[in-house]
Ligand binder design. Structure first.
Ligand code: FES
Ligand code: FES
Length: 168
């Protein structure tokens, strides 16, 4: 029998058969207590629940566990450094004033992360396109786009790699 294994932030979790239809968002927040992934709408509309699955930004509220068995999932908890330092994308959000209430921020950061995996020098349009599934009711988006553009430079300043070097 194949076991239902998920890799979340570089740790393996075995999911029992009765949980296979549970959305990843509920599993993260209620079973694993990884509450950095936010529940905004549970309908796939707001992007606050965005995580990175096999490199792609994905809405956890619309993703049943059975669809992601064997995949690699990164949540906001998984991109911080083990020494407690912010990830350069998070630092960029702070430096650029891209955070107000902060509710959209984990999802925004992970959408940015998945873009920067494939393109570490994006244009403003490319950033806007990558973030179009993430709603922010506070910032007006410009500072968020600024932050994503700035993140690769901040990684250089921090002398860390933008993608490697994290828990993932
Ligand atoms: S909570 Fe998933 S898109 Fe809103
Ligand atoms: S900072 Fe409040 S929703 Fe984006």
């Amino acid at each position: 029998m194949m076991s239902n294994i998920l890799n979340i932030n570089n740790q393996e979790y075995t999911v029992s058969d009765d949980l296979l239809t549970m959305p990843l968002l509920k599993y993260l927040r209620e079973s694993l207590h990884l509450t950095g992934t936010k529940n905004g709408c549970e309908m796939g509309l707001c992007g606050t629940c965005t995580v990175v699955i096999d490199g792609k930004a994905t809405k956890a509220c619309r993703t049943p566990l059975k669809r992601i068995i064997g995949k690699n999932i990164i949540t906001i908890e998984g991109i911080s450094f083990t020494n407690g330092k912010l990830h350069p994308i998070q630092q960029a959000f702070v430096d650029c004033g891209a955070i107000q209430c902060g509710f959209c921020t984990p999802g925004m950061v992970l959408s940015a992360y998945s873009l920067l995996i494939v393109n570490d020098n994006p244009t403003r349009d490319e950033v806007a396109k990558a973030l179009r599934g993430n709603l922010c009711r506070c910032t007006g988006y410009q500072q968020i786009i600024d932050a994503v553009i700035e993140a690769p430079k901040i990684a250089k300043k921090m002398k860390v790699k933008l993608i490697a070097g994290c828990l993932q």
